[in-house]
Design a protein around this ligand. Structure first.
Ligand code: ADP
Length: 332
């Protein structure tokens, strides 16, 4: 029997002696005239039921709509990222493999002295591959990936952040092994308690810390990557649009000092438009343009793109990350 309880909470399936789970259509029986669950919500809940058909204890007091949101928007069952998709960050990959991936794959070997920390802090400027590392951890260790942005908990889920966090950790515990990626956690945990701080935001923070109990302040180094050649090469190889020699790539690398992974992606994207723009300038019509007639992307296209796509992280900001890394990070 799937239905809402008095406060809109999910009431787990109740087995009759005969083992039947009852009929959803008969479930309107609470004092408040609770609604039937939507089909989609019910499907989510059913997927989380154990082999005995019962909803795990941890999920019983959670609101079905939050569980559904976690299952549909925050959970990624098969994050399709592997180490090989990430350029550079060799030190980070090595540390993360030992600290997280191996323990997830072989928990029996990681007990006692070797027991892994439960948390890992990836830090660095935006667009340098932190989210990719999170996904790759899940991908490499066949874990379920959960992504949540801490700032959305205070902006989008005003007053409900705490409940959502509880639902998140609840669903994750039913989907083990699991990797929970909290983006912009600094926005949440660094807020000082002030008079103006909302009670709900304080509760949210507390809830987070409770859920992360045992959090072993492990620091990880993620620095601005210097694997630009790899990114250019790998993005270009995919569609065969480019025929750049080693020297061309080296000169593009020189010109892109300080560009992050996502800056590089944008740069390649813009450069790849070069041949198309040129053909249009020469009076071609987009509908008549033949692929075979288009030239490949060249270094000039990159130089043009460099005027449009600027690095998103300033050298000053970068220094801040490097200083922080020297004090607290894992040194390569
Ligand atoms: P962050 O989480 O550090 O802000 P992301 O992992 O979301 O950055 O990176 C954004 C995008 O930039 C990625 O989807 C990827 O396309 C590209 N990118 C960033 N860093 C790398 C990298 N090290 N290797 C390959 N691609 C990268």
């Amino acid at each position: 029997l799937l239905r809402r309880g008095l406060r809109g909470n999910f009431v787990p399936p109740i087995r009759s002696n005969g083992g039947s789970t009852g009929n959803v259509a008969n479930s309107r029986n609470s004092g408040r005239g609770d609604d039937l669950l939507e089909d989609s919500t019910r499907r989510c809940m059913e997927m989380l039921c154990g082999s005995d058909g019962e909803l795990p204890e941890k999920l019983r007091n959670l609101e079905p709509r939050l569980i559904e949101h976690i299952s549909n928007e925050i959970m990624d069952k098969d994050p399709n990222v592997r180490w090989d998709d990430i350029a550079g960050l060799e030190h980070a990959k090595k540390c993360v493999t030992e600290m997280v991936v191996w323990p997830l794959l072989r928990p029996d070997l990681f007990r006692g002295c070797r027991s892994p920390g439960r948390g890992l802090l990836l830090f660095g400027p935006p667009g340098t591959g932190k989210t990719m590392v999170g996904k790759a951890i899940a991908g490499e260790s066949k874990a379920t990936f959960f992504y949540i942005s801490a700032s959305s908990l205070t902006s989008k889920w005003i007053g409900e952040g705490e409940k959502l966090v509880r639902a998140l950790f609840g669903v994750a515990s039913c989907r083990q092994p699991a990797v929970i990626f909290v983006d912009e956690i600094d926005s949440l945990l660094s807020q000082r308690k002030s008079d103006g701080e909302h009670e709900s935001s304080r509760r949210l923070k507390t809830q987070f810390l409770i859920e992360m109990e045992g959090f072993d302040s492990e620091n990880e180094q993620i620095l601005l990557i210097d694997a630009r050649a790899w990114i250019i090469q790998s993005l270009l190889d995919k569609d065969g649009l480019f025929k750049l020699g080693k020297e061309d790539i080296a000169s593009i690398c020189k010109l892109t000092d300080g560009y992050s992974g996502s800056d590089m992606k944008n740069l390649v994207k813009d450069a790849s438009m070069g041949p198309l723009r040129e053909a249009m300038r020469k009076g071609c019509e987009i509908t008549k343009l033949r692929k075979e007639d288009m030239r490949v992307v060249n270094v000039q296209d990159f130089e043009d793109a460099l005027q449009e796509v600027r690095p998103s992280v300033s050298p000053n900001e970068l220094d801040t990350y490097e200083d922080w890394n020297k004090r607290f990070g894992s040194l390569s």
